[in-house]
Ligand binder design. Structure first.
Ligand code: HEC
Ligand code: HEC
Length: 301
């Protein structure tokens, strides 16, 4: 805050407090020479006379105590322009204290969870309840509160994985994030070849397609796509290339959507969470995600 605004605030605060004091002074009992003999001020309205009575005492004291409180508060806490207050209170410090308290309270619990393996943790009901809360707060915006995903955001409950469903692969996905990189084929292949390869891709999951186009498309696929999606189109979890032979689609399995995926490319982005949540919470979340497709101890999933 610049010293001008600091001075501005100090001025307004002082005008308010002094104004309060002035008001008190002004409403005191008037000097006797202004008053009529019957202790009225001479003002009459509608037959009602105004008496020269002081304000009630409790009201006076309330006013005085608010002034004292205001001065005391401004001495101790920030509020008087740039003056930080004698206690040195700041909202940052308050926040840090709150975080440290939470850390002291829950830190040992997360540390204990961190020592357990992901499959074991996934069977721990209490841990999974906490994991679910973390998931709802941090992940549900993209993956949905039921973790079933949406277009472009993978379903985490179906045991079909872009990057692998082994415990450490899931943990890695959450720790460091993931970046899908499907190239843009429109300018390279042109509409005709894209139509052919799309027919071939759809034939891989047993869809009705134009067989002549699909046969042409197979050649296009062998030349351009196997490096990532594999010779049989079953994908590659090292780079998150989806399996194209099942009926699960990240972006949609209609012919027009598949053509769009190939023409424009796709770049799904999963954020990294290690810095934001710390390794203990990431571990717990990995166990929660793992539990969604493996069932917990009660087999309730
Ligand atoms: C901003 C949206 C967004 C948020 C928030 C988000 N994710 Fe993701 N997540 C994605 C996307 C997009 C992908 C797929 C990346 C790709 O297409 O390559 C993904 C992929 C994943 C994967 C890999 C899935 C697979 O099939 O291999 C896991 C596991 C995962 N997310 C868990 C989480 C968890 C746990 C959280 C919360 C801490 C979270 N995500 C928060 C967008 C998000
Ligand atoms: C450099 C590696 C790479 C190459 C080469 C590649 N792809 Fe992909 N492809 C990916 C990745 C990674 C994704 C997932 C993108 C994401 O997660 O956002 C993907 C996604 C797709 C999708 C969407 C799948 C879905 O579930 O919605 C289709 C369809 C597809 N690719 C077809 C092809 C075809 C056809 C070719 C060859 C012309 C090809 N890809 C070449 C890496 C590649």
């Amino acid at each position: 805050m610049s010293s001008f605004w600091s001075g501005w605030i100090i001025t307004i605060v002082m005008i308010n407090i002094l104004g309060c004091a002035a008001l008190l002074w002004w409403t005191r009992r008037m000097p006797l020479d202004h008053v009529d003999e019957d202790n009225t001020t001479g003002h009459v309205y509608d037959g009602i006379k105004e008496y020269n009575n002081p304000l009630p005492r409790w009201w006076m004291w309330m006013f005085i105590s608010t002034i004292v409180f205001a001065l005391g508060y401004l001495a101790l806490f920030p509020g008087f322009g740039n003056y930080p207050g004698m206690l040195g209170w700041t909202s940052h410090k308050e926040h840090d204290i709150g975080v440290a308290e939470l850390e002291a309270k829950y830190g040992p619990m997360y540390a204990a969870f961190y020592k357990e393996s992901i499959p074991d943790l996934a069977k721990d009901d209490k841990a999974m309840r906490i994991g679910q809360r973390l998931f709802l707060n941090n992940c549900a915006a993209c993956h949905g509160s039921d973790a079933r995903g949406a277009r472009g955001f993978p379903n985490l409950t179906d045991n079909d994985w872009l990057y692998g469903g082994e415990p450490d692969r899931i943990e890695q996905s959450i720790r460091y994030g993931r970046q899908g990189a499907m190239p843009t084929w429109g300018p390279i292949l042109g509409d005709e070849k894209i139509k052919e390869v799309a027919n071939y891709v759809l034939s891989l999951s047993g869809r009705d397609v134009d067989n002549a186009l699909a046969a042409q498309g197979k050649i296009v696929f062998q030349t351009n796509c196997v490096a990532c999606h594999g010779p049989e189109g079953k994908g590659n979890t090292m780079i998150g290339a989806p399996n194209l032979t099942d009926t699960i689609w990240l972006y949609g399995g209609s012919k027009s959507t598949v053509i769009q995926s190939i023409t424009q490319g796709r770049q799904g982005r999963m954020p990294a969470w290690l810095d934001r949540l710390g390794k203990e919470k990431v571990h717990l979340l990995a166990a929660y995600v793992y539990s969604l497709s493996h069932g917990n101890a009660q087999g309730s999933m």
